[in-house]
Design a protein. Structure first.
Length: 423
């Protein structure tokens, strides 16, 4: 049976043995908006939990609009084409509007990436800057959270009279769902904040996982931090499997986010009748599968439905390689996942982005991880605590040899954009 996996920009077609295939998990059908621009305009005029955006903007001298970086396929050109003129109509001068790329601790986005994120009209007419999470001079300290997280937030956000966050609501492997408060923390937070928020204190909690908000300390903490930093208005979209807009939420940060989550939650959940021997997953295609770092999310998405001792096969392009230099350094300094976990449990060892390997370790405790990619050579993959394979078909054949010809297989073509469970 041929299945199309999300892989890079074009996808990857794989041929799988139909008799072993339990299920290809996917989104529930959702009708894309026929006229998303008019729906967006209506949401700006009738938002959830706040006055209309134009009313919020009146009398304000400046505005900061935080948007996601290149790793998220947010339709910013459409959103900003309605939002920015609304701010100017309310009297905020264009020269006093800054669009801040909420990179968190990711690399800055420059050049052609900015045009891809924002569109040419925005690029040519507005002030655009990147957040730099490791430069504390760009941040202000707001004290500690009740759980002891030091709160450092980008000064450009804090100093703006009007603060607006624009994003996308989708499953997130630590915070339950992306969107809303996550544009601020980690999007506009400094390294000390992200380090503490991504520490084992939070990540090892059993509810710090995809699709869970209630009792999830990662979600609760960055919501508290976002409240502390302030956010006057949010715009969040929901996309279908073809990345068409099916829903728009706007208004007060928490109310709009939770309303959007209700829409997403129905769309992205799917189940298998029982755990399977093999789960084929992805990094969700471009732009999310550009690095091994981001592709860990696809591995984690498969963990709930793989049998103990089973195999997770990840197919991802990884066109930019491993990820940050700091993340790559972790694999050079540790000879095994176990050694890494022992070192971080002591509290003294720290490398930026180490939380991603901590998440991958949750999968490794349960299953093998096999990776199919065009972005990294086999010998490099082998040093990332995974096993390389030439193709998905080759990896499947190996699994059938390991588990028997009746081994069961499930496929998650959209990887971390799905929430998989056992019925």
């Amino acid at each position: 049976m041929e299945v199309l996996l999300d892989f890079g920009r074009q996808g990857l077609r794989v041929d799988l043995p139909e008799r072993n295939l339990v299920k290809v998990l996917g989104y529930r059908p959702a009708q894309p908006l026929a006229d998303p621009r008019s729906v967006l305009a209506e949401r700006l005029e009738n938002p959830r939990g706040t006055p209309p955006l134009v009313d919020l903007a009146r009398g304000k001298r400046s505005a900061c609009v935080a948007v996601c970086d290149i790793t998220r396929p947010v339709p910013n050109p459409l959103i900003l084409s309605e939002l920015l003129p609304t701010l100017e109509k309310a009297g905020i001068p264009r020269s006093n509007i800054i669009i801040l790329i909420a990179t968190g601790l990711h690399r800055p986005n420059e050049g052609r990436e900015l045009e891809e994120i924002l569109g040419r009209w925005v690029l040519e007419n507005y002030r655009i800057e990147n957040h730099h999470g490791q430069d504390l001079e760009e941040h202000a300290y707001l004290g500690e959270s009740p759980r002891g997280v030091p709160v450092w937030i980008d000064r450009r956000w804090l100093e703006a009279d009007l603060k607006i966050a624009v994003g996308l609501i989708e499953p997130h492997f630590m915070a339950g769902y992306s969107g809303g408060r996550k544009l601020i923390c980690p999007g506009l937070a400094g390294l000390p904040t992200v380090r503490a928020w991504h520490s084992p204190q939070f990540l090892e909690h059993p509810l710090a996982r995809s699709g869970v908000l209630l009792g999830n300390p990662v979600h609760e903490e960055n919501t508290w931090i976002a409240r502390r930093a302030g956010c006057d208005f949010t715009v969040n979209v929901v996309l279908d499997e073809k990345r068409r807009i099916v829903h728009v939420e706007a208004g007060e940060m928490e109310a709009a986010f939770l309303a959007g989550v209700q829409v997403v939650d129905v769309m992205v959940r799917d189940k298998v009748p029982q755990p399977v021997d093999v789960v084929i997953t992805t990094g969700a295609g471009y732009p999310l599968d550009a690095t091994f770092y981001q592709c860990v999310k696809g591995m984690v998405a498969a963990e709930p439905i793989v049998k103990p001792g089973g195999t997770v096969i990840l197919a991802a392009e990884m066109s930019e390689g491993i990820g940050s230099g700091e993340f790559a350094q972790i694999f050079e300094e540790n000879h095994s996942v176990e050694e890494f976990l022992d070192r971080i449990s002591g509290g003294e060892y720290f490398r930026m982005d180490q939380w991603q390997l901590e998440e991958m370790a949750k999968v490794k405790r349960k299953a093998r991880i096999v990776v199919v990619t065009t972005g990294l050579p086999k010998e490099r993959l082998s040093r990332l605590f995974v096993e390389p394979a030439d193709s998905v078909e080759t990896a499947v054949a190996d699994c059938l040899a390991r588990y028997g010809q009746e081994a069961t297989i499930a496929v998650m073509p959209k990887g971390p954009y799905l929430i998989a469970d056992v019925a």
